[in-house]
Ligand binder design. Structure first.
Ligand SMILES: [Fe+2]
Length: 195
């Protein structure tokens, strides 16, 4: 492990593209898509539906934390699936607006939230997603639901969660990361200019 890469606003997008290019073909456990296909499908569906760029980019990057070993900040004891949402949000936080990092950070919590509040949501979960739900603590309690609803980005967090579920198709063609790269850079540049 070589330590955290020295990322800047000018290198973060290439850093992410490189992860997609080298590691994107890895299996998304229990699903009929690779990790890259999963994230690209969700982002493509968001783009086809005319959703805002922050939603498209958040969906594109929501599982980037599965590649924690690329970030140089986590120990060898970390398993690939453990708190991947924390890892992803942490690497994105310096460069992306909080709406994007919140969508990444809370995409697992959003599943627990929706299972507690929308019975029909549970029906659409894949088998692998139900399995991980149990590992992640199951549906939220009433107290957890009330606390989660305080998040100002709640609506977008939920939208990204639905796109996450949608991006598990074995029959969908998508553009690759490089199609989205200028959009990702735009979000970074807007954020850095505003801070
Ligand atoms: Fe996902």
């Amino acid at each position: 492990m070589t330590g955290k890469p020295d990322l800047t606003r000018d290198t973060i997008v290439a850093f992410l593209a490189d992860i997609f290019d080298r590691r994107g073909g890895e299996e998304y456990l229990g699903e009929p898509v690779t990790m890259a296909e999963h994230m690209l499908q969700g982002a493509t569906i968001a783009e086809q539906n005319g959703l805002p760029e922050d939603i498209i980019v958040a969906t594109l990057l929501h599982d980037i934390g599965h590649f924690t070993s690329e970030f140089g900040t986590f120990s060898m004891d970390d398993t690939e699936d453990r708190f991947h949402e924390d890892a992803g949000a942490e690497v994105l936080a310096p460069f992306f607006p909080s709406v994007v990092t919140d969508c990444v950070l809370y995409h697992v919590a959003a599943k627990r939230y929706l299972c507690a509040t929308r019975p029909e949501y549970f029906e659409r979960l894949s088998e692998a997603s139900i399995h991980s739900l149990n590992l992640q603590g199951g549906p939220m309690s009433a107290e957890e639901v009330a606390a989660f609803e305080q998040n100002p980005n709640l609506e977008k967090i939920i939208q990204v969660r639905y796109l996450d579920e949608a991006g598990k198709r074995d029959d969908m063609e998508t553009p690759d990361f490089h199609h989205f790269a200028p959009m990702v850079q735009r979000i970074v540049d807007q954020h850095m200019a505003a801070t």
